[in-house]
Design a protein around this ligand. Structure first.
Ligand code: ADP
Length: 493
């Protein structure tokens, strides 16, 4: 089922319930109101008749002239029939319009003989509403319960009744006719509204969801190798607009990620190919003819050098290719960074620039950090390697230690060629080598800083570069300090 159909079904079901509820309520209220009006009409007629009954101490006396007071034909309510009987079904008086209507006389007689206050009878194909009122002398006191006492001067001449039953009947046809008209109108209007809502709602639904259909069509045409296409924006400022914007954002990120990966693979292949080509070249030259043991040894040493370089590149690539979760380093130790650096710098003793390395510390207290010493050594070595490589011999390479707000900082500063502002944001990207460094012929792969950054992040720290045209480069590593439970836990103490 399409979304349009589903939405239409839900809304039409809701509309059906609303229309049915509204129409039924209106119909029932109207029926109650009209029935009450009929009863009020009958009550008014009976009250007028009651006024015509004269009450004496020994019974009721009927004043026939008073019947003129009762309007027997009300044009809005239809003909009204009435009868006054003695309680046994014998007519004392009745409306003039009953003269030619025997069935009405019989019905009123039977009704006034009964004790039902109201009744509905079918006569001449119509429903008639009947209402009665009984005038009785109250037992024990001999006082009448209804009617108007009159003077008793001429009472002896007239017949007196202990009981008078007043009955009135009116046709329900006008009410039923009004109710039928109302029901027809309600059904007609409700059906029209329902049909209008069905077609209008479907049209609007389709129109509102048209951008979704267009987006689905464009998405269907997309494939993994072609991520330049974007979803059309409906420009409606609603959820669909939001959806296409978010989806396009996702495509953008995927595109960038694929591009990065493609570049990474290309660069990695390129970097691996160089030492491999060198190794194969050396071997090819060596096997062309028989060589002396010294020549073979020289070739093997060259192959070993290229093999070591190859090994180093593969190791760095493996480290960078590992997922972030895997890069979380186990077996972290708490060390005093200042003391550790002093110890570590001893491993640089044989390096040609060993005398240029200076360690400065602005902190006179130990700087405890939780770290992985082997990885930290790799990070510091990468920074020192670069500092030595990109600066001339005899210029100082300073390692500056400081601490502030629970963060230990290690700056590695050189007085070398520096990094151009355009290159600064890219130096941590794998295989990035600045055009300046290439031009000056510095050897390198472009992985040292990428590895350094990955290690810094795995240690819970950060690393960022600074450089000016005349100041050389400065890389700052920031690591959070910790408070050791016992300084003795460090193996470097
Ligand atoms: P590599 O040094 O092998 O080229 P790196 O990842 O270590 O790769 O460095 C990336 C780039 O950052 C270098 O090519 C160079 O342009 C620049 N760079 C890094 N360290 C320095 C530095 N100390 N001085 C100047 N440029 C640097």
């Amino acid at each position: 089922m399409t979304l349009t159909t589903r939405l239409s079904v839900y809304s039409m079901a809701a509309l059906t319930v609303v229309l049915a509820g509204f129409s039924t309520t209106l119909y029932l209220l109207s029926r109650t109101y009209l029935s009450r009006q009929v009863d009020e009409h009958l009550e008014a007629a009976l009250s007028t008749l009651v006024a015509a009954a004269e009450i004496g101490p020994d019974g009721f006396e009927w004043e026939p002239n008073a019947r003129m007071l009762v309007q027997s034909d009300d044009p809005s309510a239809g003909p009204l029939y009435w009868m006054v009987s003695d309680g046994q079904g014998h007519s004392v008086d009745r409306s003039t319009n009953t003269a030619s209507n025997d069935s009405m006389i019989q019905s009123l007689a039977a009704f006034t003989a009964s004790h039902h206050k109201t009744d509905v009878v079918k006569m001449n194909g119509q429903d008639w509403r009947l209402l009665q009122r009984r005038l009785e002398m109250s037992t024990g006191t001999d006082q009448p319960t209804a009617g108007t006492p009159r003077g008793s001067s001429n009472h002896a001449k007239k017949t007196r009744y202990p009981i008078l039953v007043l009955g009135a009947a009116v046709s329900q046809k006008p009410v039923q006719h009004a109710l039928h008209t109302l029901a027809a109108a309600l059904i007609g209007v409700s059906s029209s509204i329902w049909l209008l809502a069905l077609f209008g709602g479907r049209f609007l639904c389709r129109r509102a969801l048209a951008p979704l259909t267009r987006m689905a069509a464009v998405t269907r045409r997309m494939n993994a190798s072609d991520l330049v296409n974007r979803l059309p924006r409906p420009e409606t400022g609603d959820e669909l607009d939001d959806l296409s914007e978010s989806f396009n954002g996702l495509l953008e990120r995927l595109h960038e990620s694929f591009e990065r990966q493609r570049r990474f693979t290309g660069d990695a292949s390129h970097q691996l190919r160089t030492p491999l080509t060198a190794i194969l070249g050396q071997i090819e030259v060596a096997v062309r003819r028989k060589r002396t043991p010294d020549e073979y040894e020289r070739t093997l040493i060259l192959v070993q050098e290229q093999g070591a370089r190859l090994h180093q590149i593969v190791e760095m690539l493996l480290f960078l290719a590992r997922a972030d979760a895997d890069a979380q380093l186990p077996n972290l130790e708490i060390i005093d960074l200042g003391f550790w650096l002093q110890t570590h710098l001893k491993s640089w003793a044989g390096h040609p620039r060993a005398n240029d390395l200076r360690l400065e510390s602005n902190s006179d207290v130990p700087l405890w950090v939780k770290t992985h010493p082997v990885m930290l050594a790799q990070l510091v070595d990468n920074l020192l390697d670069n500092a030595c490589k990109y600066s001339v011999a005899s210029t100082a390479v300073i390692l500056r230690l400081s601490a502030e707000d629970g963060i230990a900082s290690l700056e590695v500063q050189d007085a070398g060629c520096g990094i151009a502002p355009d290159d600064l944001p890219h130096v941590f990207e794998p295989f990035y080598r600045s055009p300046h460094a290439r031009r000056l012929g510095f050897d390198g792969v472009g992985l040292g800083l990428a590895v350094a950054k990955r290690i810094a992040l795995a240690l819970g720290g950060e690393i960022f570069p600074q450089s000016g045209p005349t100041t050389g480069s400065c890389f700052t590593l920031r690591l959070p300090t910790v408070i050791p439970r016992s300084p003795a836990i460090s193996q470097y103490e």
